[in-house]
Structures are given as C-alpha cells and as structure tokens.
Design a protein around this ligand. Structure first.
Ligand SMILES: NC(=O)c1ccc[n+]([C@@H]2O[C@H](COP(=O)([O-])OP(=O)(O)OC[C@H]3O[C@@H](n4cnc5c(N)ncnc54)[C@H](OP(=O)(O)O)[C@@H]3O)[C@@H](O)[C@H]2O)c1
Length: 288
C-alpha cells in the first residue's frame, strides 16, 4: 500500500491535518498515536484528560475534538457491547461527516451483536471507513484487568475449556495506522485474531514460561467469580459487561482464527508467545 498523497473530493484537508485518536493513552490508542507520529503525522489525543477534552459520555465535547481533523480512530470506552454505544457511534460519525473528516477506523469486538451494529453505522457514514474487528487482547494480561492476577500468581476466571485466538494489540494498532494513512482499506472489515487458539490456562502457561515464575490458572463458576469481583468493589455495570463477555462472547462462537492482520498488513499475526516474551522482557510482570 502507498502512503496517501491525495485527498477525497468531499474535503480538502491535507494529510498533515491531525488524526483524532480516541483512547489515545490507552492500550490500542497509545500505539496508534505512536505509529502515526513515527510516520511524521500529527495526532490529537481524544481522551477526558487531553488538551481538547473528549468524553464519550459527553457529546458536547465531540465536535471540538473532531474539528480540523483529517481522520479519526474510534475506540469506544468501555466497550461497544454496552447499551447506547451504537447511538454514540452514529452521532459521532454524523458530526465527523459534517466536520469533513475523511477517514474513520473503528475498533470493534468479535462476536458482539452491538459491536457489529456500530460497524454498519461507521461503514455507512459516508466517510471512507475501516473496521478492525478484534478478538481478545493479549495485552489484557499485561496492561488490562488480568494484570493483577498474573502479578499475584493466580489468574482466576469463569472460563475453562473454551479457546480464544488472543490478538496482539501491536498488530491492531499497525492495522489501524495503515487504514488511517494508506489507500486500499476503505470499506474493509479486518477480522483480526492471533494465529492460534489457546485456553486461558494455555495463555497463562505461556506467560509463566516467559517470566520464569509460577502462575496458576483457576477456572471458577460464574457466580463465585462475580461475587468475588463485587467483594472487591467492581461496580454493577462493569460486572454486567464482564458477565456478558465471559458467557456470550466466550460461548465458543469465536473459537476460530481469522486472517485480518494478513489481509491488511501482508504478514501473519504475531503469536501469543511472541507477546509474552516481549512483555516479560519489557518488565510488564516485574514484581515492583
Ligand atoms: N480488551 C479486549 O480484549 C477487547 C477486544 C476486542 C475489542 N475491544 C474494544 O477495545 C475498546 C477499548 O480500547 P482500548 O482497550 O484500547 O482502550 P482502553 O485502554 O480501555 O482505554 C483507555 C483510554 O480511554 C480513555 N477513556 C476512558 N474513559 C473515557 C471516556 N469516558 N471518554 C473518552 N475517553 C475515555 C482513557 O483516557 P482518559 O482516562 O484520559 O479519558 C484512555 O486514553 C472497546 O471498545 C472494546 O470493545 C477490546
């Protein structure tokens, strides 16, 4: 793919206009922002603490964040599976269209009906758009809600034999950067997974091997796990989301790999072992 040198007929904003990267300090957004910066492209971080504040819960912040941007990376927080997400994506896409944004990339989740509705909204927005439809992130173990379990030496989850093709967030970010900056990605849905199916126990064993530490995996009944989460103060809405993810999304519907990374980047997705070794070497699970 070649770097974009022309603009669409709808707008004249040059590629040197900034790209809004929502969640720009989070797991994927931070990497997307870095990838754009590495190409010498300006970035506007979209988050509540950004210079131009952007809050998914406050639509009055959206227009100012989008104004003057050439493209936008949309990582809806907390998850496209929650109620109201599609309405938010629809309203934001409409503002983006009015503001002359020329490219949208939506980070989506695999096997989530509400996420698939948001994909349709973005693809039908009138703006050239790409969907990166991701499986579970490998980085949930190093930067997300599974980190504490890894550090404590016991990862306990309501998942047993189900296998998931954990995807490396670096692959997702590279896909997003390509779609934001190169021709040939508009209208595409990249179903992006890792190259192999692993149980959560398999994944934890890979991390244990990479770190040289003993880390156990303990499958729990959903009721026991949610009671434990509630005891630790996890709010009800977050519990509802986690319950949905661990029952519906992990019901076996996603027990297959997909080649979105190869389709978009022309190379295979990185294996979980690669992630585990790199994260261990970077100190993600160091005792401090
Ligand atoms: N985790 C997975 O396995 C997985 C799999 C597939 C798809 N996904 C999708 O990934 C998306 C999340 O992406 P991510 O993991 O890269 O993000 P993340 O790391 O969870 O998000 C953190 C970022 O979002 C910002 N943020 C938090 N609340 C916000 C709000 N109300 N409004 C605006 N910004 C807010 C934070 O900055 P501030 O605190 O400064 O606002 C920070 O920049 C979700 O849509 C989810 O469906 C996740």
């Amino acid at each position: 793919m070649t770097a974009e040198t022309t603009t669409t007929s709808r707008s004249t904003l040059p590629i040197t206009a900034p790209t809004l990267v929502t969640g720009g300090t989070g797991k994927t957004g931070r990497r997307v922002a870095a990838g754009l910066a590495a190409r010498g492209l300006p970035v506007r971080i979209g988050s509540r603490s950004a210079e131009v504040p952007f809050d998914w819960d406050d639509p009055t912040t959206w227009r100012a964040a989008l104004r003057g941007t050439r493209a936008a990376y949309l990582a809806f927080v907390p998850d496209l599976a929650v109620e109201g997400s599609t309405d938010a994506i629809r309203a934001l896409s409409a503002i983006a269209f009015e503001e002359g944004v020329q490219r949208l990339v939506l980070l989506s989740g695999r096997g989530e009906p509400a996420a698939q509705r948001s994909e349709e909204v973005v693809l039908g927005s009138g703006i050239p758009a790409t969907v990166v439809r991701a499986s579970w992130f490998a980085q949930n173990f190093s930067e997300g809600y599974l980190l504490d379990g890894v550090l404590s030496g016991v990862v306990a989850l309501p998942a047993d034999a189900v296998r998931e093709p954990f995807v490396d967030v670096d692959d997702l970010a590279e896909l997003a950067v390509a779609a934001l900056t190169e021709d040939g990605h508009a209208g595409r849905v990249y179903e992006a997974t890792g190259p192999e199916l692993l149980t959560f126990a398999d994944a934890v064993a890979e991390i244990a091997a990479a770190t040289g530490r003993e880390i156990a995996y303990q499958p729990l009944p959903m009721s026991v796990w949610t009671a434990e989460m509630a005891r630790h103060g996890v709010p009800d809405d977050v519990l509802d989301l986690l319950r949905f993810l661990f029952t519906e999304v992990l019901d076996g519907r996603n027990e297959s790999t997909a080649d979105g990374v190869a389709q978009g980047l022309g190379r295979p997705a990185r294996p979980f072992r690669w992630f585990a070794r790199r994260a261990a070497a970077a100190g993600a699970w160091s005792a401090s």
